[in-house]
Design a binder for this molecule. Structure first.
Ligand SMILES: [Zn+2]
Length: 436
């Protein structure tokens, strides 16, 4: 048996079955965890012999599977749940969001409590790692690190456009000023094409390359980004109430005629040599898809948020074309300001309700292994295997769903059940029997 450190989580876990990844359901199996890391996943009697000194936790009528990974959310906006009624046009939604948004220096408790609420909700819904976009990172990061066990890649959000470009250096330094741990790392998030001008994007990308930080950006979320980049026109441009109020635009903002994906390519977003997560990409033509296919960037598709903003009425999301091009696509929730909850299973369920032929196992892949890889954590989380973090959820399951990985995945997507227990790095962080 492997000796374990008493300060770290070590246990043997078993249940009705184990789903190490979306492809196979293992019976008579167990998972050995030493110091928060999976040592073995396989035959239960063999593991019990090999790890005889470590206590076993058996969860009846549950399948043990990897915790879900949400590649794109904004935990600090959880306080806006239900505050902005949809369907909303995006520019109006931003104005409503700004109206409800407290001045950070006056309301640090709002953002800290909001992020913790989002983290707690995520865990209750079986999410064990979040790619969290944080504008209030100076407040939110210490609060999350001190209080929440959730795995987080905290992308410090940066805007730098027109008259605010002089603040870029200070904003970058602040976004990178954070101690990291094995469950809390950081990245950079240039916000969007209508809030970060091209040269500023280039500077942020260079910093990410230098310090090997992952990047995340809202890109091609809106058709109107093209007009804005071309000549600052359209609903996101000069006439937008927000642009008028902030008075950011000046003559030095560079124009770009070929849309947001070619713009991002032009300013180096796809050449940073770090993981890149693109939020939404609702609009992409064949040229764009070819660029994305060669870029290695992943797409975080947020089905319910997209629906909330009415994009489904214009055209279906090109995620299946993206996959045919070899682009990695994962499902994500975005924030509670545009989504009723932070459940990844409900994103999968929503997508399958729109298109019943979508394979459930693929959808499970899109909320486990795909987002883990998108965040650059594909060898650490997202599956249950030796050397991976023991981020594990116990999902209750009826006997008739246990025939195969396919039937279990169908059940998960159809019913979107809540986990009975959640472990992060081998520590039990949620138990339905105790919490309810
Ligand atoms: Zn977002």
């Amino acid at each position: 048996m492997t000796l374990s450190n008493p300060d770290q989580a070590s246990l043997v876990l078993s249940g009705a079955a184990i789903l190490p990844d979306c492809h196979a359901l293992l019976f008579n199996s167990a998972i050995a965890v030493v110091d928060g890391v999976i040592q073995a996943c396989g035959d239960r009697s063999h593991i019990r012999r090999q790890f005889a000194g470590i206590p076993e936790v058996h969860v009846d009528d549950c399948v043990l599977m990897p915790g879900f990974v949400n590649a794109h959310s904004h935990l600090e906006l959880s306080f806006l749940a239900g505050q902005i009624p949809g369907p909303a046009r995006f520019p109006d939604w931003v104005l409503q969001l700004m109206a409800a948004y407290p001045y950070a220096a006056d309301a640090p408790d709002v953002f800290a409590a909001s992020a913790l609420l989002g983290a707690q909700e995520s865990i209750r819904l079986g999410v064990t790692t979040v790619g969290d976009i944080s504008r209030q990172h100076a407040i939110v990061r210490p609060a999350l690190q001190a209080t929440s066990p959730l795995g987080i890649v905290s992308f410090g959000e940066i805007t730098a456009l027109g008259s605010s470009r002089g603040q870029l250096e200070a904003r970058l330094a602040a976004a990178m000023d954070c101690k990291t741990t094995d469950r809390f790392s950081i990245g950079l998030s240039p916000h969007a094409p209508y809030s970060v001008e091209g040269p500023a994007l280039e500077t942020i990308v260079n910093m990410a390359r230098r310090y090997q930080l992952p990047l995340s950006m809202h890109l091609a979320e809106l058709k109107e980004e093209r007009d804005f980049l071309r000549d600052c026109s359209g609903p996101l441009g000069k006439s937008w109430m927000l642009m008028k109020r902030l008075d950011l635009l000046d003559d030095l903002v560079p124009m770009f005629a070929d849309g947001p994906i070619q713009w991002a390519q032009h300013y180096g977003l796809f050449n940073a040599g770090v993981p890149v997560v693109l939020a939404h990409v609702n609009y992409a033509d064949d040229t764009d898809l070819d660029i994305l296919a060669g870029s290695g960037a992943a797409v975080a598709y947020c089905p319910r948020t997209r629906h909330y903003f009415g994009h489904d009425e214009i055209a279906p999301h090109p995620w299946q074309d993206m996959r045919k091009h070899g682009i990695r696509v994962c499902l994500a929730t975005d924030s509670m300001a545009s989504n009723p909850d932070l459940s990844l299973l409900r994103e999968a369920q929503f997508l399958q309700q729109q298109c019943p032929s979508i394979d459930s196992q693929l959808l499970i892949q899109m909320i486990t292994t795909e987002p883990a890889a998108a965040l650059g954590l594909g060898q650490q989380i997202g599956r249950l295997a030796s050397g991976f973090a023991a981020d594990i959820i116990a999902m209750p399951v009826p006997r008739n769903a246990l025939a195969s990985a396919a039937s279990f995945s169908d059940y998960l997507v159809r019913e979107a059940p809540l986990p009975r227990k959640v472990w992060i790095h081998g520590r039990e962080v949620f138990s339905a029997s105790r919490s309810n």
